[in-house]
Design a protein around this ligand. Structure first.
Ligand code: NAP
Length: 329
């Protein structure tokens, strides 16, 4: 059926400025790491993208290697764009990345100019787009001079293949140095993509401070800790959950009694707040306005609806925050 976007789509979402840039991002963004690959059901992915856009999610995050097989999430998304979203391209922020292993030989990963330029050309073909909105270096590469990697990002923007650039998984120190180089080149870093959730609080140890100082936005990936910060695993491993599937990034061994004990207590607190745990986890990542966007994944339309509904109850009392810290200790 022909898709026509919901005319109310901008009514329920909040949009935050990314650092000191001109670009606003939705408080909830959708990532296509899982559930959009060649092994997944195309129509389910298509329904999720449609529903997300109807709920005001304007930002969709990809990487060269998302699938499986690697590259297939970009191909799927390109087909969905072509089928449903050609009239809406200017309302969408589409990102992709390079840095992890993608093809054999010395140019298929890490951070050389050769690798970054070639990978983006491949991504644009799979996405069937002329440009992406944000291009990320996916992980730091200490064997390539940072000047070369940043010059590659700057070049790509000057070529019109990306509008903005971002960094992912860089340490506070690496981020600061990269940001200085990018500013000097005239292509300031728009955004940093770190892992951040109630169970992974690394960015609080310096990274968020550097981002504030440098005027860089932040988009927290895996804010539900890949599904653990939801009600998914409270009663065992559901057969349709990520931990039951082929992903090597969430194995049942990660679901220890210690972690599940914390998740149960957090789930009780969320219920007291009148929220699902997944919703409290998203509100927590966005608390205090330091994070520009929470970058979720989803396997079902209803999970995207849950996420957006979390924005109806974003605030925490001091007592609730202290209780969360106590549970996570
Ligand atoms: N830069 C990087 O290095 C990097 C690394 C990882 C991810 N990312 C980005 O971050 C995005 C999100 O990562 P993620 O998928 O790990 O995020 P996440 O939001 O922490 O986890 C998403 C998973 O949680 C479960 N879930 C979501 N909502 C739920 C709900 N309401 N109730 C129950 N379960 C729910 C679903 O798993 P089920 O399948 O079990 O339903 C869903 O696939 C990726 O798509 C990617 O764009 C970036």
């Amino acid at each position: 059926m022909t898709y026509s976007a919901d005319s109310q789509r901008y009514d329920m979402m909040t949009y935050h400025r990314s650092g000191r840039s001109g670009l606003k991002l939705p408080a909830i963004s959708l990532g296509l790491w899982h559930n959009f690959g060649g092994i997944d059901t195309f129509e389910n992915g298509r329904a999720m993208i449609r529903r997300a856009f109807d709920l005001g999610i304007t930002h969709f995050d990809l990487a060269n290697n998302y699938g499986p097989p690697p590259g297939s999430a970009e191909t799927t998304f390109g087909s969905i764009l072509k089928a449903d979203f050609s009239a809406y391209r200017d309302e969408m922020i589409i990102s992709t990345k390079a840095g992890y292993y993608m093809w054999p030989g010395p140019y298929g990963e890490w951070g050389s100019k050769k690798s970054l330029v070639s990978s983006l050309d491949q991504s644009l073909k799979r996405l069937d787009l002329d440009y992406v909105d944000i291009y990320y270096h996916h992980r730091p590469d200490t064997d390539t001079p940072l000047e070369e990697t940043m010059a590659a990002l700057d070049l790509i923007v000057r070529q019109g293949k990306a509008l903005y650039v971002g960094l992912s998984n860089y340490s506070p120190e690496q981020t600061k140095e990269a940001s200085k180089i990018l500013k000097r080149l005239g292509t300031p870093c728009l955004i940093h993509q770190p892992q951040y959730s109630m169970l992974t609080r690394g960015p609080e140890n310096g990274l968020l401070d550097v981002l504030d100082e440098e005027g860089i936005g932040s988009i927290a990936f895996s804010p539900l800790h890949k599904g653990i910060l939801t009600d998914r695993y409270l009663n065992g491993i559901a057969p349709d959950s990520r931990a039951a599937g082929p992903s090597v990034f969430l194995r049942p061994e990660e679901l220890t009694e210690q972690t599940l004990g914390k998740v149960r207590l957090l789930n009780e607190l969320a219920a007291e707040r009148g929220q699902k745990l997944s919703q409290m986890a998203l509100a927590w990542v966005l608390r205090g306005g330091r994070v520009t966007s929470a970058l979720i994944g989803a396997s079902k339309v209803g999970q995207i609806e849950d996420a957006v509904a979390a924005l109806r109850h974003p605030n925490f009392s001091g007592e609730e925050l202290a209780r969360i810290d106590e549970i996570l200790k």
